[in-house]
Every structure is written in C-alpha cells, then in structure tokens.
Design a binder for this molecule. Structure first.
Ligand code: ATP
Ligand code: MG
Length: 282
C-alpha cells in the first residue's frame, strides 16, 4: 500500500474513534476502507492498543484470502512491514474457505462471530474492516448480522451517493459518513485476482509436503481435488492453510508452510482452487 494521504474529515473521525470501543468500517469496494483502517490503527496505537479484525476475505490486508484475520497491535507497536508490497501479518486466522461472503453467509458469519468473541475477551479497542459487498438484500443482511454480532459503538461508512442507506437506516449506532478519498486507485477484477494469487504465492514460498488421514476432514461430502485450499486445525484453532496435492482412498496429501503435523486434528476443505500456483511459484 502506498503512502496514505489523509482527508481533512478523517482527523475528526479519528478523534471520535479514539473514544469508541468497537469500530466497524463499511463501504463498497474501492472506497478506501482498508486505507482508513490502517490510518486509524497507525494513529490509535500512539495512545492505546488495538485489535484489528480484517474480515475482508477477498482483498484482505493483513491476512490471507479465504480467511478472517486478527491482529493485536500493542501501544507503540512498530510496523516492520514495508509500505509497498504484499503484507501477511496476523496473530489469528479464522478459516472460511471462499472469498465472498455470499457463498455461505452462515459460515462466514459464524467465523466472524469467533473472531469477534476473541476480540471481546481481550477487552480491547477493536477495529473491523469489511468486504465491499454492500449492495442488495443479502449484503444488507450480512452487514446487519455482523453489526449485531460485534455490537460496535461507532460505524464509519464510506459512501458516494446513498448506496449504504438501506443498511444505515436500520441501525441506531453513532455513524460517521465519509466521502471516499480522491486518491483512491480502483482495481479491476483481474488485479483483485492477482492480489489474491500474490498473497498465496508469498504465503506458500517455503512449503513442506504432508499427509493426513481423510478421517480428519471436517464435514461431509466435499469436493476436493489437487489445488484446493484447506484450513489446518488443532482442535478448534486454524494454524495454517495448505493446498491439496492429491488424495487417495485413505489420505489427503497437501503442502503448507512448515507445521507440526502431529498437532493437526482437523482439516477443512475450502472452495477455492489454486491449481498451478505451486508450479508457478517455484
Ligand atoms: N487516502 C488515500 N491516500 C492514498 N491512497 C489511497 C487512499 N485511499 C485509498 N487509496 C488507495 O486506493 C486503493 C484502494 O483503497 P483501499 O484498498 O483502502 O479500498 P477498499 O475500500 O479497502 O477496497 P476493497 O473493498 O477492495 O478492499 C489502494 O491502492 C489505496 O492505497
Ligand atoms: Mg479493503
């Protein structure tokens, strides 16, 4: 992400955000949500710790596509990520397995509830970034459900011309409506797909091959083949993602960053395939 150019109206929003406990940022794609989230965090950590939930499962800023990522920034945290380039920097992953909530709103929301409950237990100021899926009835339902799960006391809405009103009209929470920055660089669907691939490529730069019993596959019946992304779990916690290499009657063979394979008690099959990606990487 290039240098952030704050808009004048952001300063007041930041002051209000400093006094809020849980903040959710809403807006269509390319409205500057993630940039604003970064701006908030960079400034808030000068005074207090912040828990960031990156719930954009498609264009995630700190996590990986197909996951909700959570990171705790302690006060005075020093960001060691370069300002340009792909960032992968999280404390916890909540595996969803797809890149747009409309695939399974229930699954998406249940993982969001886990992330939200983790943040709540920390009792820390929380900032939530969201997907740009806001138009239509389903998007509205998902956003309202997220709001009822998180219980934010501040909504920051990036709006061009009333496109969020069907959501905002339904809530009674302090809301700041901001105009999307003039410095936004829009990204084409191809650029978005490239971004996802680059995230996975970076994550999968150094991988090992593993095999686990098919009995560890969570849920019934699944369509999985080589290239399918999987979530790797110790009981309830997703500790890494992997990519299926092959399957036989008994085992699933996959590659992932180095893990303690004995700790893996469950794998969840995603609905995204990265076929060819590993070959491209090496
Ligand atoms: N205030 C700003 N200053 C400089 N660059 C900006 C600013 N706002 C947005 N941008 C740039 O515009 C692009 C899109 O912004 P951003 O990723 O924050 O949007 P978004 O709403 O999170 O999009 P998406 O819904 O796809 O996640 C990014 O490349 C970002 O660096
Ligand atoms: Mg974003």
């Amino acid at each position: 992400m290039s240098e952030i150019i704050p808009e004048v109206e952001w300063y007041k929003a930041l002051e209000i955000a400093k006094l809020s406990k849980r903040i959710i940022i809403l807006g269509q794609i390319d409205t500057g949500k993630s940039t604003f989230a970064k701006y908030l965090i960079q400034n808030i950590i000068k005074e207090q710790s912040v828990c960031f939930i990156d719930s954009d499962i498609g264009q995630s800023s700190i996590g990986l596509p197909t996951t909700i990522a959570l990171k705790v920034y302690s006060k005075n945290y020093i960001n060691k990520n370069p300002s340009n380039g792909i960032v992968i920097d999280f404390d916890k992953l909540f595996f969803v397995g797809f890149t747009t909530p409309s695939i399974s709103p229930e699954l998406f929301l249940s993982e969001f509830a886990k992330a939200s409950s983790f943040a709540q237990k920390l009792n820390m100021k929380t900032v939530v970034d969201t997907t740009g899926f806001v138009l239509g009835e389903m998007a509205k339902k998902i956003k309202l459900e997220k709001i009822s799960i998180l219980k934010p006391d501040l909504v920051i809405a990036f709006e061009r011309k009333g496109e969020l009103s069907h959501i905002l009209n339904e809530i009674k929470i302090e809301t700041i409506i901001l105009t999307p920055s003039k410095n936004i660089v829009s990204r084409s669907p191809i650029k978005r797909a490239e971004y996802r691939m680059n995230k996975f490529k970076k994550y999968l730069t150094n991988v090992e091959s593993y095999a686990v019993s098919r009995k560890l596959i969570h849920g019934t019946p699944i369509v999985a083949s080589d290239g399918t992304i999987v979530g790797l779990f110790t009981e309830e916690e997703c500790i890494a993602l992997g990519v299926i290499e092959s399957l036989d009657r008994e085992n699933v063979f996959f590659s992932s960053p180095p893990i303690n394979i004995k700790a893996i008690k469950k794998i969840k099959i995603g609905r995204v395939s990265l076929k060819g990606l590993i070959n491209e990487t090496v």
